[in-house]
Design a protein. Structure first.
Length: 355
């Protein structure tokens, strides 16, 4: 059925189509049998995997950026995702960049976005997450407000971390979006290590029940770092050092790319779209290269979540074979629909049975 819906959705602007799609999912997910019409199937129990001490129903998750404000966590779980990463969230609400800021490149099976961390702020998301059904693994992707200078960025990450600690299962520190001015400078070893060491220490405080910081029952929360695909190998070596020195659990590889090489879409059309990060098929190869490079230098139990250009079961398994423990989907869902999740799960189960 998604094959029939997609041409209609593509008549709308990308952001409008995004809103309509979520509205449809929320409307039908409680009606028995309706989700099957868009290609969903119950998650194969053989797809379950334990990573970071968490039991994932499947290795296929929703990448950050699609459900920024944690409004549709249950709907995403209902269509088969094994986990949902919300955000990027910032301490204060912010509107993001001016529209239009999201563009389709159908010939490339890609998107360009310069959303700019548009979100309703971390505290609004916390209240929604408190009300979610149990049993859904949720990751909290955190960033800094646009108006916060890099010198004070660490405080924004701390505020988000404190607020979300009791309601998410793991964290992702986002310093790699190309759409917040200066943010990628935080990928440099010095500032990055400072942020991560602070969050690891804060996690220990929250877990042990520091009365000034924590209330209720807390568990240690794995911390991952999301990186750009545009880093050089030398910069990736710095990332490896930062992961080891800080004691975080792993890496999400990768975010969108600022590169425009090899696109089929005419250059003048791409130029007219303006700045932003490219996601989808064009980033697949580089993202996989980064996963493989990191896995060679960060052996398990260090965790790698592979994301970038996953629009088929082959693309997903490519990431797994390169060393990813889990994978995430965003742009592929827009082009392929929910049936993509089941296809990846089936391929993963087959691969597990042959290991």
């Amino acid at each position: 059925m998604y094959g029939l819906l997609r041409p209609l959705l593509f008549l709308l602007s990308p952001e409008r189509a995004h809103a309509v799609t979520f509205a449809l999912l929320e409307a039908v997910r409680g009606i028995p049998g309706m989700l099957r019409l868009v290609g969903t199937r119950p998650v194969n129990k053989g797809a379950a995997v334990e990573v970071m001490g968490l039991q994932f129903p499947s290795p296929v998750g929703l990448a950050a950026g699609m459900d920024k404000d944690a409004k549709h966590v249950e709907a995403m779980a209902a269509i088969g995702f094994g986990f949902v990463e919300i955000g990027t969230l910032t301490p204060l609400p912010q509107p993001g960049n001016e529209r239009p800021r999201l563009f389709r490149l159908p010939a490339d099976r890609a998107l360009i976005n310069r959303m700019g961390f548009n979100n309703g702020g971390v505290h609004a998301a916390v209240e929604r997450l408190r009300r979610r059904k149990p049993g859904i693994i949720v990751g909290g992707n955190i960033g800094k407000n646009k108006a916060t200078p890099n010198e004070q960025a660490i405080e924004d990450y701390v505020k988000c971390f404190e607020a979300l600690h009791a309601v998410v299962d793991y964290f992702v520190v986002n310093v790699s979006s190309p759409n917040t001015p200066g943010l990628r400078a935080l990928q440099d070893k010095g500032p990055l290590l400072e942020i991560l060491v602070r969050l690891v220490a804060l996690d220990r405080q929250l877990t042990t029940g520091n009365e000034q910081l924590a209330t209720g029952n807390h568990q240690p929360k794995p911390i991952l770092l999301k990186i750009a695909p545009d880093l050089t190998n030398e910069q990736l070596d710095d990332i490896v050092s930062v992961v080891k020195e800080s004691g975080i659990q792993g890496v999400v590889a990768t975010n969108t790319t600022i590169a425009r090489d090899g696109l089929i879409t005419p250059k003048e059309d791409v130029a007219a779209m303006g700045a932003g990060g490219v996601s989808g098929a064009p980033v697949r190869a580089r993202s996989t290269e980064v996963v493989r490079y990191l896995r060679d230098r960060l052996p398990k139990p260090c965790v790698i979540i592979g994301v970038g250009g996953i629009d088929s079961s082959d693309a997903a398994m490519e990431k797994i074979h390169a060393g990813a423990d889990l994978v995430q989907v965003y742009t592929g869902l827009i082009y392929e629909g929910p049936a993509l999740i089941s296809r990846i799960n089936d391929a993963y189960v087959t691969w597990k049975s042959r290991k």
